[in-house]
Design a protein around this ligand. Structure first.
Ligand SMILES: [Zn+2]
Length: 96
């Protein structure tokens, strides 16, 4: 399993939903830390963790920042975004 509870309970800065669990985009079991990139499972915005004295918060990353990420990170995030879009579309098509 690659899903983990995060103590800090960071909120998505774009949609305000609580993101208290994360799945590493590379499928590894690593916990997110400062500077790691992720995606909001609700609004599909690309985000970056910021470690403030051990408390993780999230900020949105710009298109320019995304373009500067390593290719592997960009590929993982792009794949994750397609999954979020697919899940969101499925939920809208089939409520509950
Ligand atoms: Zn969001």
């Amino acid at each position: 399993m690659s899903r983990h509870e995060i103590d800090s309970n960071p909120l998505c800065p774009a949609c305000g939903r609580l993101l208290n669990a994360a799945s590493a985009v590379d499928g590894s079991a690593s916990m997110p830390g400062g500077d790691d990139v992720t995606i909001c499972a609700y609004c599909a915005r690309f985000l970056q963790y910021i470690d403030r004295d051990g408390v993780l918060t999230l900020r949105q990353i710009s298109d320019e920042e995304f373009a500067e990420l390593p290719e592997k990170a960009r590929a993982g995030l792009t794949k994750a975004r397609l999954i979020v879009y697919a899940v969101t579309a499925a939920m809208q098509t089939h409520p509950n």
